[in-house]
Unconditional design. Structure first.
Lengths: 558, 113
């Protein structure tokens, strides 16, 4: 068996994980292990981002980070952890300018200034981007280039951390599955950073990468850490629905709404956002939670489009303006049979981001010693609803802080081997699963069922009845884990990694459902059919921990 | 919408097997469905052991699902299914085979020593 030792183990190599590695190296870490289930820098959410990045650069008009913070707190509907939100907004400009120095290629005006647009919820033009629809891939490629030049960063792809190892109340390392060989790996670490992104992959309609099933939350809970705001899942209102498009991310339409003012229409061709209190006569300003609510209500009232969404129309925009704004994207759309000058497309909400996550302080330290979190995996900064453009700054800013904090902590401790026998049960479990198991149902089938349940019962609209149904079923599925069928095989056996993915996703799903059931009000991204109004008494966060038996426990924030 | 049937002839197994082995799968599809959609559906409905690399699923940004489709190197996520002939799916030529359609595409520095 392979045994590894490192100063800082980073679980997940998207934007937050890659940045954490850079920061840990800068802070003097002698050895950083950057591990990803998928390929380093190619999975996760960062590379999927096609939209904008918020930072108070003041390139278009005067701006300061406190104005950005005001907008972030307003979007968060009273639930943001103000210290985390302030950190995000304060450090975002430095990170974004650093990315410019690293030649990410922010779009610029003719005068050379970085272009900034006004995304929904922002009080001024603050959001930069890389044309065309290339923001995430450019950020990911830039970070990949940076980490490849730093010798102390050891990258490992296809390494799935299955369990954290805890000794005397502290995290001391992890056990991982080497997916390529199907073998267990033990890792001793002085500090661990969870940068696994969110959990949107557990929803049927999602804009996630395959490795975003919420396993980082399960790792943290099992290690004794607390989660916060788990009930708040952001549904991006205008995810692409029809006609079928390939080679493009379903969240592609937003920047074109900013640039061109695409109109949202119901079945009758009527703009409906004003019916829900959002006036868009002065531009595209409706926050995501309200737009999602309005679209779902139109569909429920029978005024939706044929495939169960609404129409997004650019037919009022002259063809030359479409071509100028969409650039090469027009050709990619044409290959998919879409001509925006002639016909609208259908859009509908899609699970896009998770506001909740691992509870951290402003050093990104969790409630368990030596365990940190960064990026979407960390909860609290965005409260009940994330402001557009805050996800990539969150990844970079929190990644920087987590990497630095973890390296400074690691520097104070000598490297020590794992306690004898640590993780032996997990190693045995991996080997036993790789031998194969007979059963009636496979993990991938239950993952599909879980995605259906989460979309139907723990989605944009919730009620006590459907939430309790989801809680019961996820617990049944957790109990069924030992009895699942699993084809034997070690080398790149997809079912082996999938068994662990399902185990983590069920815990993450259960945490969301429990928190949603307990919050008997509607706020931001959490909308209850049976409690449609906000309740001032609920202007507080909930924390989730795990009992020794693996149960989900809810409590108020501290 | 008219239902179509795709027939996919897929190279199976690991490099340890002496002879290349192929299995044929049939599945119904609606126009617009991609090869990656079909592979995910086959895993879900017929054979969970089928190995394929993918990450971004539909956006064509991760570039992990590159395979040989009827002998042409292409992305499974952007190639549409057809029903007029059997489509042959094989792992990337020239890369070490791990299992089925999965090859060793990790840069050497991203592998466990």
């Amino acid at each position: 068996m392979t045994d590894l030792a490192t100063d800082v183990l980073i679980v997940g190599a998207g934007g937050a994980g890659m940045y954490a590695a850079i920061a840990a190296a800068r802070a003097g870490a002698g050895h950083v292990l950057l591990a990803d289930k998928s390929l380093v820098g190619r999975g996760g959410a960062t590379i999927m981002a096609q939209m904008t990045v918020a930072a108070a650069l003041g390139e278009e008009c005067p701006d300061d980070w406190q104005a950005h913070l005001d907008d972030t707190l307003a979007a968060g509907r009273g639930l943001c952890d103000e210290n985390l939100a302030a950190l995000l907004c304060r450090d975002a400009p430095a990170r974004i300018r650093e990315m410019a120095e690293w030649r990410v290629g922010w779009a610029r005006r003719e005068n050379g200034r970085i272009a900034q647009v006004t995304a929904p919820g922002h009080s001024r033009p603050r959001c930069c981007y890389v044309d065309f629809l290339n923001t995430g891939p450019a950020v990911a490629a830039t970070l990949r280039r940076q980490i490849s030049q730093i010798g102390v960063i050891n990258r490992v792809s296809n390494l799935a951390v299955t369990d954290l190892l805890v000794h005397d109340g502290e995290v001391v390392g992890a056990v991982a599955l080497d997916i390529a060989e199907g073998e267990p790996v033990r890792i001793a670490a002085k500090a661990v950073i969870i940068a696994t992104g969110g959990l949107t992959r557990i929803y049927q309609r999602n804009s996630a990468s395959a490795n975003m099933g919420g396993d980082g939350y399960a790792l943290a809970l099992a290690a004794g850490a607390a989660l916060v705001d788990m009930e708040f899942v952001q549904f991006f209102p205008i995810g692409h629905l029809a006609p079928r498009v390939v080679g493009m991310d379903p969240i592609m339409w937003d920047p074109f709404r900013y640039k061109l003012g695409g109109r949202l229409l119901n079945r009758d061709g009527r703009e409906f956002l004003a019916d829900y209190g959002s006036d868009e006569s002065a531009g595209y300003t409706t926050p995501r939670d309200i737009a999602t609510y309005a679209i779902q209500k139109e569909v429920a009232a029978g005024r939706g489009s044929p495939n169960g969404g609404v129409y997004l129309s650019f037919t009022h925009v002259p063809r030359h303006s479409l071509e100028a704004a969409f650039g090469p994207v027009i050709g990619r759309l044409a290959k998919n049979g879409i001509d925006l000058a002639r016909a609208p497309v259908e859009v509908a909400p899609i699970a896009h981001y998770h506001m909740g996550g691992i509870a951290v302080d402003t050093d990104m330290a969790s409630s368990v010693p030596r365990l940190f979190a960064a990026g979407e995996a960390a909860g609290g900064a965005n409260g009940a609803n994330r402001l557009s453009g805050n996800a990539i700054p969150e990844a970079l800013v929190f990644g920087e802080v987590a990497g630095r904090s973890a390296a400074l902590l690691a520097a104070k401790r000598p490297m020590s081997a794992l306690p004898s026998g640590a993780g032996a049960d997990i190693v045995e479990q991996i080997r036993s699963l790789a031998d194969g198991r007979k059963g009636d149902i496979a993990a991938c089938e239950l993952l599909d069922e879980l995605r259906e349940i989460m979309w139907r019962d723990v989605g944009p609209f919730r009620s006590a009845k459907v939430l309790s149904r989801a809680i019961v079923r996820t617990e049944e599925m957790r109990a069924a884990l030992p009895k699942l069928s699993l084809p034997p095989g070690r080398r790149f056996n997809p079912a082996l990694a999938e068994w662990f993915e399902l185990r983590g996703s069920l815990i993450a799903a259960s945490a969301v459902a429990h928190a949603a059931a307990a919050r008997i009000e509607s706020r931001g991204a959490h909308q209850r059919e049976d409690y449609p109004d906000s309740d001032p008494a609920w202007a507080r966060s909930q924390r989730i921990t795990m009992t020794a038996e693996g149960g989900i426990t809810l409590g108020p924030s501290q | 919408m008219t239902k179509h049937t795709a027939r996919l002839r897929i190279r199976r197994g690991t490099a340890d097997e002496p002879q290349p082995r192929y299995e044929e799968f049939a599945l119904p599809f609606e126009p617009g469905t991609t090869v990656l959609d079909a592979l995910i559906a086959i895993r879900r409905q017929q054979d969970p052991s089928l190995a394929i690399r993918y990450s971004c699923i539909n956006a064509n940004v991760c570039k992990e699902c590159l395979i040989a489709i009827d002998g042409v190197i292409d992305y499974a996520c952007t190639t549409r299914l057809r029903d007029d002939k059997v489509m042959t799916l094989e792992p990337l030529p020239g890369k070490p085979l791990l299992r089925d359609l999965v090859t060793e595409i990790r840069p050497p520095r991203e592998r466990l020593k």
